[in-house]
Design a protein around this ligand. Sequence first.
Ligand SMILES: [Cu+2]
Length: 148
Amino acid sequence: MNAVRRPLPRGLFALLALLVPTLAAALNNCLEGDFVDQRGLADIQIANDDPTNPFRYRPRCVTVSEGTRIMFRAVPNFGMHPLFGGVVVAGQATIDPESPIGSASSGTTAERQIFDSGEFPYFCDVHFGSGMIGSIRVVPQLFADGFD
Ligand SMILES: [Cu+2]
């Protein structure tokens, strides 16, 4: 007879089942409390304009309403900081060809409008390893203004 193998404790699976969706939900290091609430605005801007850290998008994680015009602004330009829609997981960047953010590799501004709710991560293809990553959460326009 072979030695009896000890099964993994059940509790471990339960813990993993809890953790996996939680980790998967935090796209590009945007945790729940990181999202800047910019719902209800017609226009917003995301720029790497922090003089103390040129690899930081501001706001890095943002919540907007469907249809908001999102102006990405690259300093000095997208040639230096090529923008792509997609995720960075464990230091590996993956472009999402379906992302409405698409890509920008020249010029200084790129305007996008996202009409469907969801979360849309993005990154700089040169500096994602230095934390040049972020995510946009798009929510329905309902009640964006009126109730408060
Ligand atoms: Cu960059």
